[in-house]
Design a protein around this ligand. Sequence first.
Ligand SMILES: [Zn+2]
Length: 312
Amino acid sequence: MPSIVPIALITGRPMDSINMYLILDDPVTLIDAGLPDQKTYDLLEQTLSKYKLDVSHIQRIVLTHVHPDHVGITSRLQEKSRAKLYMHPLEWHKLKNGQADNVHLYQWTGIPDDYRIDTHKTSAYEKHLPEITSFIDHGDTIPFSAFSLRCLHTPGHCSGHICLYEEKTKCLFTGDHLVPHFSPALLVEPGSCGIEDRTPSLSQYMESLQKISSLSLLVAYPGHGKPFENIPELINHKNKTIPEKLNRIASFLNQKPQTVYSITTQMILELPPSLAFFACGDTLAYLDYLQREGRAQSRIDHSQIQFFTPER
Ligand SMILES: [Zn+2]
């Protein structure tokens, strides 16, 4: 049976914590690698020392996705341990091209320029790109000595997000697909033609929820917050709140085309600049879904999307 050690970097609300999971088996494996900072590194070292291990003993790192609070100290760990690195190919594509923060969303949604977060500042700690060993996709298994983790491709929060399932103990590492106390934003990403074929993140997310709901599950280990057991309840709650949120967003549409930022600031009256990116990305995912349902129309002007009620 897997010996799972949760390692939580406490952050306070809304995330509560940024989690890494150490699996003490052969090979010693880390799922997600925290933030790219010294605090993460120190916390991991302290935890490993309780088991008479150090960072050089980490043989494998698996990333649920490549947002900065999950890639964290990966490349630094690889320098010390030569750990193998596994992730979904779509995530590697973004990391390699420096798009892990999905800068396109700022342009598309009309977020004011001075609200942009300087992502270079946060990634300065990690100077090199990690070295990828293996791509993993839906259905692939990651073997250990006496059990294995099965990869489930669960796009929605981002295009190459994965969850990892252990059949014997019925546990699931959910990354940011399912988090107990808040809903991670569904971030729309560009396709090969850019804005025109952006990801349908809400429909993807709903399909990914279906994938998880068919599993037999006892405990979930999320990317943020504490491990939790009421998994079907949480999935039901999501299935209920998604149509409510679609209706709410639809109620802000009118004949005049509006940017995603403008619609978002009507929904969230005092939108803090630090959350504008996530909130607007999420609103865009819902607006795209409304458009597919025939409840919204959009036009693209200078790579910016504007939404309005459909002409009858
Ligand atoms: Zn996260």
